[in-house]
Design a protein around this ligand. Structure first.
Ligand SMILES: [Zn+2]
Length: 186
């Protein structure tokens, strides 16, 4: 659980109560003392996300939040809007009442909401997600992109030509190379 303010991983629970979205916890970051709310669910059966390459993985709301946070990095969004988006997607996933949901469906749920929330974040997420169909890979790709973006002191002239600070995106990789990329995690 990362602090939404400073990304520190340790926090203390200052309040906890049941809510329709799960157990609602008020937390305080141990580093910067920022207070934030988390919702933790208790489910009879875990929800499995089926990736397009055939792998299956238990749904992880924390990872989903991380990917949304990366897509929305430096965007002028209201406090709590990313948490709400994550929660809404999670609720919709569980409302499907399925044991297994395709990764593609999860991605569409996120894109649908990002499109309304912030166009740049939507483009960031969609352009990568459409190629990889997988949140883990999205996070890796997006972090690599951000590292490229933040390394030069001056913004590169190429970036300045793009509207609305849309980050440069990796060249679209051929579908055939995806399997080998995702099969060898770092
Ligand atoms: Zn903090």
């Amino acid at each position: 659980m990362h602090c939404p303010q400073c990304e520190h991983t340790e926090s203390k629970v200052i309040d906890s109560r049941e809510s329709p979205d799960g157990v609602r916890r008020r937390r305080e970051c141990l580093l910067c003392r920022h207070r934030f709310t988390t919702y933790e669910r208790i489910h009879a059966a875990p929800l499995v996300i089926a990736k397009s390459d055939g792998r299956r993985e238990e749904f992880d709301a924390g990872k989903l939040f991380q990917s949304v946070r990366i897509a929305c990095a430096k965007r002028p969004l209201e406090t709590g809007s990313l948490e709400k988006l994550t929660r809404d997607v999670e609720n919709e996933l569980y409302r499907l009442s399925k044991v297994e949901v395709e990764s593609r469906i999860l991605g569409e749920m996120v894109m649908e909401r990002l499109r309304v929330l912030d166009r740049v974040a939507y483009i960031r997420f969609a352009s990568v997600y459409r190629d990889f169909d997988d949140i883990d890979t999205f996070v890796k790709e997006a972090e690599a992109l951000q590292a490229e973006e933040t390394s030069p002191k001056e913004p590169s002239p190429q970036l300045a030509l793009l509207p609305d600070d849309v980050p440069r995106l990796p060249e679209r990789r051929k579908r055939t190379t995806r399997r080998s990329r995702t099969a060898t995690p770092k």
